[in-house]
Unconditional design. Structure first.
Ligand code: FES
Length: 89
């Protein structure tokens, strides 16, 4: 049987694990922090025909500020194009 201080340490560790999972999930949701674009916003733009990050920004009536998100957008666009290509084969 664990002592009270050991139980408290276990509870604290579990709470930390849960909190860090939530923070990681939150960070994944946003692709563009400057414009508040989430993954679903980028996906919607890609499904509507965006083939470049510029198209994604235009679709959401904004433009690149720091451009840190451009690589992630390109990855999402490339992955979607590959998935469509595989589905077409
Ligand atoms: S994070 Fe997208 S423009 Fe800065």
């Amino acid at each position: 049987m664990a002592r009270p201080c050991e139980r408290l340490a276990i509870v604290g560790t579990n709470l930390l694990k849960r909190t860090s999972r939530i923070l990681i999930e939150f960070a994944r949701v946003y692709v563009c922090n400057c414009n508040g674009l989430r993954q679903r916003d980028v996906r919607q733009a890609i499904e509507a025909g965006a083939t470049r990050p510029r198209d994604v920004f235009a679709r959401h009536k904004c433009q690149a500020q720091c451009a840190k998100c451009v690589c992630d957008m390109r990855k999402m666009i490339d992955e979607t194009c590959r998935a469509y290509a595989m589905a077409a084969e």
